[in-house]
Ligand binder design. Structure first.
Ligand SMILES: CC(C)(COP(=O)(O)OP(=O)(O)OC[C@H]1O[C@@H](n2cnc3c(N)ncnc32)[C@H](O)[C@@H]1OP(=O)(O)O)[C@@H](O)C(=O)NCCC(=O)NCCS
Length: 147
């Protein structure tokens, strides 16, 4: 992900989350040493790339934390979320990461289902974590050395 991608990223972000990140939040991620941010692009008809998803993460001390992942609403249920996650797991393996963690709203069944299918398991709970509705966050994790 670079600054050029931010228009497309922000459009997806605003469709995807009740408390979306703003441009400054994405920009600050782009310049952190320990942040790794990727976009997924399609070029199906030769008319240029369409930005269809992204993933933002932090890596430190053999651990990765996924801060954000989303797929454009028009391109969901086509395997792209799984593709982004698999790409990210492969990237983590090359970076010698042992564990990936993430937080997810307890009501976000599509995302929880995708993570479970990929082998993520519940590690804990952050009660009343989300400011807009007081919803709990599930903490989920995946050990990569067991894959
Ligand atoms: C979560 C998200 C990234 C999934 O992306 P996607 O490209 O639609 O995911 P995939 O097509 O790879 O789906 C993988 C599996 O997840 C589950 N899943 C995905 N969307 C689902 C839905 N709406 N309802 C039920 N299960 C769903 C299914 O098990 C699916 O496999 P299947 O299609 O073979 O049944 C996407 O829904 C999204 O961007 N949501 C908004 C942002 C968000 O919630 N991000 C996660 C923050 S923690």
């Amino acid at each position: 992900m670079t600054e050029v991608d931010l228009k497309g990223v922000l459009a997806i972000e605003r469709f995807s989350f009740p408390i979306p990140w703003n441009e400054e939040m994405f920009k600050s991620e782009l310049y952190l040493d320990f942040a790794h941010n990727f976009t997924g692009k399609l070029n199906s008809n030769g008319n240029g790339d369409i930005l269809v998803g992204y993933i933002c993460s932090w890596l430190f001390h053999g651990e990765a934390h996924i801060l954000n992942i989303a797929v454009h609403p028009d391109y969901r249920r086509m395997g792209l979320g799984t593709y982004l996650m698999r790409f990210f797991c492969d990237f983590c393996l090359t970076m010698k990461v042992k564990t990936i963690t993430l937080d997810v709203r307890s009501s976000n069944h599509p995302a929880i289902k995708m993570y479970r299918k990929m082998g993520f398991r519940k590690l804990g709970l952050r009660p009343h974590y989300y400011a807009n509705n007081g919803e709990d966050a599930l903490i989920m994790g995946l050990k990569l050395n067991g894959r």
